[in-house]
Ligand binder design. Structure first.
Ligand SMILES: Cc1ncc(COP(=O)(O)O)c(C=O)c1O
Length: 399
């Protein structure tokens, strides 16, 4: 049974309609928010999608192809002293000068997070660790020589959009409203230097499962010809170029019947790093779990961080250490490695069943979902949707 939630809205520290879920087992220091300090101009949508059409689309939203009615835009200009003009209005095409530097030098960052239907009735909506996305957004901005966006403004944009598009949050099992905040260099110039003008935008897409195969184990392709990120590069930032670099190997993987690509390190081509959009965990029969360390070439996943905490709570030993492809193959073959999980906001927790490369294939465990993967997914999804108590203060309720 879901426990009562203490509303913080209205207290001097409340942040608009966002409030930390403070279940009876309180985290030591619940996050407090103050207002974002910028008013949003609301532009009325002249023709939102009719409710019957919207509800029909929400019955099977797929992933990333269906969009809501609204979007947020905030402008930045160094000459104007920073961020200004926050609006929420109808979603639609934007105008960009052909010399906008993002089109030439890819100065761009983004985030990915979800709003979930929460509790027994699903009437309430919740976010999962959104302040971590705000923080990572600014880390990415720093690496890409872009201005930081105040965390409160980032969170307020999320609150505003979900409030405007709350009817777009799917009710189907596993469904959520995927939120895509992004920022790009909009200044028109052709010199290579950090831009002085940027646009922050937020759009939303109702989603179901990430993989077409649903909850089945995925097959992944080892990219031997290409790497995703090198030491000193931008691998730890959520910036478009990393994903552009992953598209050819991804296409190779698909051509070999795989769902995703796993990248090896750029120097020795030996150590397993991550998938194109997910972090990895390797589970042993003695209760040890290994995950690649955050050495600057992989994305510090929020799901990764959450799973480390949940695994430790379950009494498992988690080690963040380098893990080689050879070790992976050997341990899967001799049976000591019993599960491999891929994790991320989009795909939640997904079992890796088979690993394929030009050298051949190997299977992990039974090739299907393992016990730990299954238990962890249930727990994480349970926390995100209010079916399992949130003892960490990870959930933030939306009014
Ligand atoms: C390259 C990459 N690794 C890992 C992740 C998982 O990160 P998170 O758990 O924060 O969604 C993502 C998804 O955002 C990603 O794009």
């Amino acid at each position: 049974m879901r426990k009562a939630i203490l509303r913080r809205a209205g207290s001097p520290f409340s942040f608009g309609g966002l409030r930390q879920n403070t279940d009876s087992i309180l985290p030591s220091a619940p996050t407090r928010f103050t207002r974002a300090g910028m008013d949003f101009e609301h532009i009325t949508h002249p023709a939102p999608v009719p409710s019957d059409e919207r509800d029909a689309a929400l019955a099977d939203p797929g992933f990333g192809t269906l969009f809501t009615d609204h979007m947020v835009t905030i402008e930045y200009d160094e000459a104007k002293g920073g961020w200004y003009s926050a609006t929420i209005g109808p979603r639609g095409p934007i105008t960009l000068d052909p010399a906008a530097s993002v089109l030439h030098y890819a100065q761009e960052i983004f985030e990915g997070m979800k709003a979930y239907r929460y509790g027994e009735t699903g009437e309430e909506l919740a976010l999962f660790r959104p302040e971590q996305n705000a923080r990572r957004f600014n880390k990415s901005a720093e690496r890409m020589a872009m201005p930081s966006l105040p965390e409160k403004l980032f969170l307020e944009s999320i609150r505003q959009l979900v409030a405007a598009d709350r009817a777009w949050v799917p009710s189907i099992p596993g469904g959520a409203l995927y939120l895509r905040p992004f920022m790009f260099a909009s200044e028109a110039f052709l010199g290579v230097r950090p831009a002085k003008q940027y646009k922050y935008m937020l759009i939303a897409s109702p989603v179901g499962g990430y993989f077409k195969s649903g909850h089945e184990a995925v097959k992944i392709w080892v990219s031997q010809d290409y790497v995703r990120a090198a030491p000193g590069g931008t691998g730890a930032a959520k910036t478009g170029g990393n994903y552009a670099a992953s598209l050819v190997p991804q296409a190779q993987g698909i051509a070999h019947g795989c769902d995703q690509v796993v990248f090896l390190d750029a120097v020795e081509r030996k150590w397993v790093e991550e998938l194109g959009g997910m972090n990895l965990f390797f589970v042993y029969d003695d209760g040890t779990v290994i995950t690649p360390p955050l050495t600057g070439t992989i994305l510090p996943g929020i799901t990764r961080d959450s799973l480390i905490a949940l695994l430790r709570e379950e009494g498992l030993t988690v080690r963040e250490e380098l893990y080689s492809l050879d070790q992976w193959r050997e341990d899967a073959t001799n049976g000591t490695l019993v599960e491999t999980m891929a994790c991320g906001t989009a795909a939640v927790v997904t079992p890796v069943g088979t690993v394929a490369s030009p050298d051949g294939e190997f299977t992990i465990g039974s090739g299907g979902i393992g016990q730990i993967t299954s238990k962890l997914r249930e727990k994480l999804v349970g926390i995100q949707t209010g079916k399992v108590a949130d003892t960490h203060g990870w959930v933030m309720m939306l009014d």
